[in-house]
Design a protein around this ligand. Structure first.
Ligand code: PMP
Length: 373
């Protein structure tokens, strides 16, 4: 039992302050000495234009402001989009490990979750053959996350392109790419956006947001980039449900996307030493299979199956390990919530002192568990 207060590597949101340019832009709206404008359901035209131009920069040359819908966060954007495209009982294919937030959103939109388990043994390779085999006549949407939460795996242009050769043979199938961590990437090539690939059947949809790559934590701004007719349908759902994003948050978002390169560079500079420290500590843990360093996001997802206590199921064992870590002072996310028991998600988007405190506790707690089993 740890005597010091709990330290947490569990949150998906960084501790960093809102970028100054975004604070200034929001304040200017508030100080205008006029009533705040009531925002259009699809988002302010200036922000939609800035987002379209941001995506065009990454090779999505066809994107116009009419493709963009500003949403109250990424999660709300996902719900609206799924409500717009799913019929009750439609299947959504989710390669796992995946973000634990997806399941309930899909279900609340009337969809049925179908899992496609990928394996740590081949660093979560996702092959065209696996995809072709998993599709059924009921599959309406394939949900990709690139880079992936929780594994940090970044799928390359060649890998995504190979999957799209399969999806193009199924023109009724939609492909949604959650690119909310797109700028949190440590590789040489940028995250390939789905919107930069040929899309002869208008199947490609993108979800993105401001709370990860652009440090607008807690501002509640996300967005969709989808064909204009679908964008209008999503805006109509937002209008009917009163979901438009308040003007100060949209002004902050616009300033953030216009300064995206600088904000992301600042974030990566803060993350880099933490990333090195975490990966070094994980590599030194016995019985944890080595994987290539995750190229994207601010997570690592180590395989702790060698540390699971005996239990009636993998899920129960995984929960017991996470509880044991917590009682030894470190909070982490149980991989079961991401579809992968026996793994844990660790975030290094934390203050350096938190990581420095957490890593030895993690190691000591794991060693203690190993002695018990
Ligand atoms: N998608 C993924 C993969 C996420 O990790 C998250 C947040 N954890 C979201 C979407 C939702 O983000 P938001 O904070 O904008 O609702």
């Amino acid at each position: 039992m740890s005597s010091s207060p709990l330290v947490s590597l569990a949150s998906g949101y960084g501790p960093y302050p809102t970028p100054a340019v975004a604070v200034e832009a929001a304040m200017a709206t508030l100080r205008s000495n006029r009533a705040l404008p009531v925002s259009a359901a699809e988002g302010q035209p200036e922000l939609r234009a800035a987002l379209a131009s941001h995506y065009r920069q990454w090779g999505a040359t066809h994107v116009t402001p009419e493709h963009v819908v500003v949403t109250p966060g990424g999660k709300a954007g996902l719900l609206t989009l799924l409500q717009a495209v799913l019929q009750p009982g439609d299947e959504v294919l989710v390669p796992t490990p995946a973000w634990f937030g997806f399941w309930e959103v899909i279900q609340r939109a009337g969809g049925v979750v179908r899992l496609l388990p990928l394996s740590a043994d081949d660093n979560y390779a996702f092959t065209p053959a696996q995809l072709a085999e998993a599709l059924t006549p009921r599959t309406r949407l394939l949900l990709l996350t690139n880079p992936n939460n929780p594994t940090g795996r970044l799928y390359t242009r060649a890998e995504v392109g190979a999957l799209l050769e399969v999806t193009q043979q199924h023109p009724e199938l939609l492909v949604l790419s959650d690119e909310i961590y797109d700028l949190v990437q440590f590789g040489e090539d940028p995250t390939p956006t789905l919107l930069s690939f040929p899309d002869p059947h208008a199947q490609h949809l993108v979800l993105n947001g401001f709370s990860k790559s652009l440090e607008l934590v807690g501002w509640g701004v996300g967005y969709l980039v989808v064909p204009p007719a679908l964008a209008r349908k999503c805006a109509a759902i937002q209008f009917a449900t009163g979901k438009s994003v308040p003007a100060p948050a949209q002004a902050a978002a616009q300033a953030a996307v216009e300064a995206a390169a600088a904000i992301a560079a600042d974030l990566l500079a803060r993350l880099a030493p933490n990333r090195a420290q975490l990966l070094y500590a994980l590599a030194a843990l016995p019985h944890v299979p080595a994987l290539p360093p995750p190229a994207g996001t601010y997570y690592a997802f180590p395989d702790l199956r060698a540390y699971l206590p005996p239990a009636e199921s993998k899920e129960v064992a995984s929960a017991a390990l996470v509880t044991h870590l917590k009682s030894n002072g470190v909070e982490v996310v149980d991989g079961t919530s991401c579809g992968t028991p026996g793994f844990v998600r660790l975030s290094y988007a934390v203050e350096p002192a938190v990581l420095t405190e957490a890593l030895p506790r993690l190691r000591t707690a794991l060693e203690a568990m190993r002695k018990r089993i």
